[in-house]
Design a protein. Sequence first.
Length: 375
Amino acid sequence: MGHQCLACGGDQPKSGYNTAQWKKGPGLGRCKACFAAAASASPPQLPPIRQRQHVDVRADLTHSEFVERYKHKRPVILRGLANDWAALARWGNVEHLSSLHDKDILVLRSPDGRHFLKRTCEHYWGPFGDVAERLFTPGGLPPGERLYARARLEDGLREEVALEALELLVGGAPGAHSFNVAKCGVWLGSTGCVTPLHYDLCHGFLVGVLGTKHFTYYPPEAFRDLYPRDASHGMELGEALQRDIEQAAQLSEQIDTWRDAKRQRALGAAEAGEGGLASAVVGEGGLAGAVVGEGGLASAVVGAETTMSETIMSAAEAAAWHAEVRPGDVLYTPPYHWHHVETGHESSALSVLVPWDPTAEEPAPACMLGIVKPE
C-alpha cells in the first residue's frame, strides 16, 4: 500500500519516498520528486528553535538601578565598563603580562581535558609568567591540551586594575564599599575550557580582559529541577552543597554532549526533511512543567545508566539564559545562581574575578531552603 504525497497528492509506493518522508505516514511526507523540487528551489532549513534568552546588557547602570533590578536577583552585563583599565591596553603583550607577577600560581589539569572543577582536577603550581606564555603565545600549548589557572590579584596585576567604578556601583557613594582584594583573582584558561554547572556563595563581578567567555544560566525557579534533593533535608550545609555541585556537574557534562551531537546532526536532519530538535515543545509551565516529573530534571537524566532525552535537553536549553563576556565587559552573577562557563574557541581568555559576601539583610535564596536545620 502506498502513501499519499503531502505536496502533489499522488499515491506513491514506499520506493517513491526517502526513508524519513515515508516514516511520517500517509499525507504527511513528500515523495522523492516533490522533495527534490523543494530542495532545489531553496536551501534546506531547520524549523526555528525557540528564541534564546539573553542576560540583560547595559551600557551604564546606577547604584539604585543595580540594587532594585539586579543585586541578588539576576545577572547583568555592563558592556565596556572596564574599557579604561590599563590591563585592557597592556595585558595583550605577553612579555609585559608575564612580568607583572613573579609568584607560582595554581594550575588545574582536567582528567578529561575539557571540564574544570577544582575538586576533580589535578593541581600543580607553576610560575605565572610560564603559564601566561604557554596560554597566550601561538603554539604555546600542544594541540588538544588545555589548562586553567588562577593568580591572586596582587603586585603589578593589581596596579593595572581599577576597582573604583565597581565599588561605587555596589556602595552608592565614594568610600561606602571596598572589595577585599585578597579574595580577588585573575583566571587564565585555554580555548574551550568548561567550568561545569555550579553556583557561588557570594556576589561576583567577572571582568573580561582577553578573549571571550560564554555563560549559560538557569533561573532560580528551575533550581529544584536541576538535581534531586530528596535526602538533603537535615544534612550538614557543607555536605548538601557539595552534593548539589557534584550532581549539577554531571548534568552539565550531559548538556555539553547533547549540544555537540545536536550541532553535528542539524544539517543532516534538514536535508532529510526532519523536524529535528525544534519539534521539542516547552510548555507554559517552563522547564519543570514541560518535561519534568516530581523527581526533577536530574532524577531523569543524572545516573550511571541514564540516557539524555532530546525533549528534556531541548527544554533545558530553552529555559537557559545566555551571556557572552568580551574584553572590557563586566558580568554580575548573584549568589546561588547556577551557571556553566566556557572559554571561547577563538583564543585563550583572561578575566578578573571580584567577589564580595552577601549581608545578613539579604533574602535567603530558594536553593538554601530545606537544607538548613530547623532550630
